[in-house]
Unconditional design. Structure first.
Length: 202
């Protein structure tokens, strides 16, 4: 019970950092700057550090979400949880590399990083990022769907999580990258906070 409540706190904290990173830090990032200059900036370092911590907290907390509904979610819930956990692990590794490798490479060897960015077609780095994003997004959408199916969590929280993944590209298309990211992740983050809060309170 105690570890489950700690997991709830971790999910709340991860959702909060997701909102802060996209609503507070992301707007300070100069997206008009050259690619390597942006990635070498301190703002980028702070942005990716917050993202890494947020995903780590979600990874640490999602087992508690699964435990909270395990008696009702069945095999589908187990598969959904496993996919969400895998997505968190992959995304954490990706963000960790951004903080400790890509940022340093942009600062010390920008030409090498720019050459990789300018390469025609999809390179290995692009493919890795696509796999990570697809696994994380699909995992949490399916995990949230398992919550709706199990009917243990209040419906609003998983609905907001699912909506958040679709809201970000939608808001970005009709506004700007920064505002769209802030609004979409606010929806996603709020859903995560409500999930963690329910586990914490019960």
């Amino acid at each position: 019970m105690y570890s489950t409540k700690l997991g709830g706190i971790a999910v709340i904290s991860g959702g909060t950092l997701l909102i802060v990173g996209n609503a507070v830090v992301m707007p300070m990032l100069d997206l008009e700057a050259p690619f390597t200059e942006m990635m070498a900036s301190n703002v980028y370092l702070w942005r990716m550090s917050l993202a890494s911590l947020a995903v780590f907290l979600l990874m640490a907390g999602c087992p508690s979400l699964h435990a909270y509904q395990a008696s009702r979610s069945g095999s589908f819930g187990k598969v959904a949880f496993s996919l969400a956990f895998l997505g968190c692990a992959l995304l954490f590794a990706h963000e960790w590399a951004q903080v400790f490798y890509v940022h340093s490479l942009a600062a010390t060897a920008p030409d090498a990083l720019q050459a990789m960015e300018d390469a025609e077609g999809i390179n290995v780095y692009d493919l890795e990022a696509m796999i990570v994003l697809m696994t994380f997004t699909t995992g949490w959408i399916v995990f949230s769907a398992s919550m709706l199916r199990a009917k243990v969590f209040y419906r609003l929280a998983p609905i907001l999580v699912i909506a958040g993944f679709f809201a970000t590209p939608l808001f970005t298309a009709v506004t700007t990258v920064k505002l769209g990211g802030a609004l979409g992740n606010a929806v996603l983050g709020l859903g995560l906070i409500l999930l963690g809060r329910e586990v914490l309170r019960n």
